[in-house]
Design a protein. Structure first.
Length: 245
């Protein structure tokens, strides 16, 4: 049921989406700042994120993916890699009931990690200033699981862009493989892995490598992912487990 306030906000968003807004006071600012601000002001997901108190618009990418693929179940253990500012963490906490909001459902656990500092998300265990490329950070996350295995690993990690495409693609790929390798180490049989990457010549290699460990790997581009962005998401389903030798 919608409250009066949310209907008001919805109408505001709808009206907002019918007109194009240009920023004021951009004198002296570069054209890329003007372009960025214009895009933010006209992006319905930015408005919607404010309305639902998500820390950023990325929340809707995960919501769309989960709504169509059912990756989360109440009671799941989730690791959120590259979590700052925390909108995926907010979504995961709700969907696995890590905040105990659903009294009759199993209680899940969300461990969020980022190289940057983060504000806490109620219901999640947060590790800020943690570089997931390092073994120390991976150990820290694994210790926080207290012997449990993960049901879902999500990675929205992205490197700071250098502007040199080859270097950026390589850095991105390193983060993808780090999340993938870490997932293989900490996942329960049947687990899911969702990894963001920038579409490049490496996509099919990563997909093939994932297929060795998961039953199926689906490439996804949610509607809320900007069409001019090269980002795509690889969703690996049903971890096969590691053979003990
Ligand atoms: C697109 S943002 C994530 C947004 C987040 N999913 C959300 O919804 O709020 C990408 C994040 O990856 C993080 N990141 C990049 N390299 C990392 C690394 N080596 N270890 C951990 N986090 C990293 C960045 O600091 C950044 O916060």
């Amino acid at each position: 049921m919608y409250s009066g306030l949310s209907i008001c906000r919805y109408l505001h968003t709808t009206v907002h989406s019918l007109r194009h807004i240009s920023p004021n006071n951009m004198k002296g600012k570069g054209s890329s700042s003007t372009k960025w601000l214009t895009r933010q002001l006209n992006d319905p997901y930015v408005e919607k994120a404010k309305m639902f108190n998500y820390r950023c618009r990325s929340a809707f990418k995960l919501i769309e993916i989960d709504d169509s693929q059912s990756i989360f179940t109440p009671g799941d253990v989730v690791i959120d890699c590259g979590a700052a500012p925390g909108s995926w963490t907010q979504v995961a906490v709700k969907r696995v009931n890590a905040d105990l909001a659903l009294p009759n459902k199993p209680v899940g656990m969300v461990v969020a990690v980022d190289i940057q500092q983060m504000h806490s998300v109620p219901g999640a265990i947060m590790f800020g200033n943690c570089d997931l490329l390092s073994k120390d950070a991976q150990d820290k996350v694994q210790n926080a699981l207290h012997g449990k295995q993960a049901n879902v690993i999500i990675s929205d990690m992205a490197p700071s862009a250098t502007g040199i495409k080859e270097m950026d693609d390589e850095n991105m790929l390193r983060l993808c493989y780090t999340a993938f390798r870490f997932a293989v180490l900490v996942s329960k049989v049947d687990a899911f892995l969702l990894v963001k990457m920038w579409q490049s010549g490496f996509t099919s290699k990563l997909q093939k490598d994932m297929e060795r460990f998961y039953d199926k790997v689906k490439i996804m581009k949610p509607n809320s992912s900007r069409s001019d962005s090269a980002e795509i998401f690889l969703l690996a389903k049903h971890f096969k487990g590691l053979k003990s030798s």
